[in-house]
Design a protein around this ligand. Structure first.
Ligand code: PLP
Length: 284
């Protein structure tokens, strides 16, 4: 069935949606995006996603496309029109359409596009089984804190992982894990400490990361925000990832070596449950 999508102020059938061939999102990957998950027809962590959207736009000298309340009502309208109970809302803002030139154009209207995707997130076979990851060199640009639409290298890394029979890649820079292709990466040490890389321009500040670390601290779990290597990860009791579309997803194998007994770890399972409960309470 065709979805209703949002393009520059209008709700249209997906096959009627049109963007200029001169759009800078298309020509230069000159745009940013956000993905907000939907549970029970409600938006999860919406304020966090809006905050990060604003930051990404400011970092790229772009303006905010419309007031927050309008963005919220577009999200809600799309969820309602497409009858999404569980899934996600994807939002993209680009610098707009202009003659192809490396310099940013002036006074050009931005392009704002949103669409929904129905997806089972809570009842996820991958989360039940646990993901297998492989390490891949992190060859992305130096501003990974900005959520831009230039996702070619993460896609390539995902393909390398799939070719090796794994589910995803963990990206490694100077011997240390930065993050997954589309998620933040964590290990749980033998003494039960949760370790995840500290925030910097090396990684995206995951909205789920912030919420899950809050849950962990509330559950009296010890958290260390510092880089770790693949060698250290292989000595870990368990590992997991976080993202808006995967929530907390256990990792059971790294570079072909199983962690502990090869099953999802207790900390990941507990945090997944806690995150789902807490985010549902705060969903809007
Ligand atoms: N890191 C990268 C590179 C990502 O692409 C994503 C999500 O797309 C994340 C981390 C997780 O961020 P969030 O929890 O906000 O989905």
């Amino acid at each position: 069935m065709e979805r209703i999508v949002y393009v520059n102020g209008e709700y249209v059938q997906e096959s009627d949606a049109k963007i200029s061939v001169f759009d800078r999102g298309f020509l230069f990957a000159d745009g940013v995006y956000e993905v907000t998950s939907v549970l029970e027809g409600k938006l999860i962590d919406f304020d966090g996603h809006l905050r990060r959207l604003r930051r990404s736009l400011v970092e790229l000298a772009m303006t905010i496309p419309c007031p927050d309340e309008e963005l919220l009502s577009i999200h809600r309208e799309l969820v309602a029109r497409n009858a999404v109970v569980e899934g996600l809302v994807y939002l993209q803002v680009t610098r707009g359409a202009a003659d192809r030139d490396f310099a940013f154009p002036k006074n050009v209207p931005q392009t704002l596009v949103l669409f929904t995707q129905a997806k089972s997130i809570v009842d996820s076979p991958l989360a039940k089984r646990g993901a297998r990851v492989v390490s891949v060199d992190d060859l992305r640009w130096g501003r990974r804190d900005i959520k831009t639409v230039q996702l070619l290298y993460p896609s390539m890394a995902k393909m390398i992982a799939q070719e090796k029979g794994a589910d995803d890649a963990w990206l490694v820079q100077d011997g240390l894990v930065t993050e997954g292709t589309s998620n933040n990466a964590y290990i749980v040490t033998q003494d039960g400490t949760i370790v995840t890389r500290d925030l910097s321009s090396d990684i995206l500040a995951g909205i789920t990361r912030a919420a899950v670390l809050k849950c962990a601290r509330e559950l009296q779990m010890k958290v260390e925000e510092r880089p770790f290597s693949i060698a250290e990860a292989l000595t870990a009791r368990e590992a997991f990832t976080t993202s808006a579309t995967g929530f907390v997803c256990p990792v059971v194998e790294i570079d072909g070596t199983a962690l502990s007994d090869g099953n999802p770890g207790a900390v990941a399972v507990r945090l997944r449950q806690a995150y789902i409960e807490e985010s549902l309470k705060a969903a809007i």
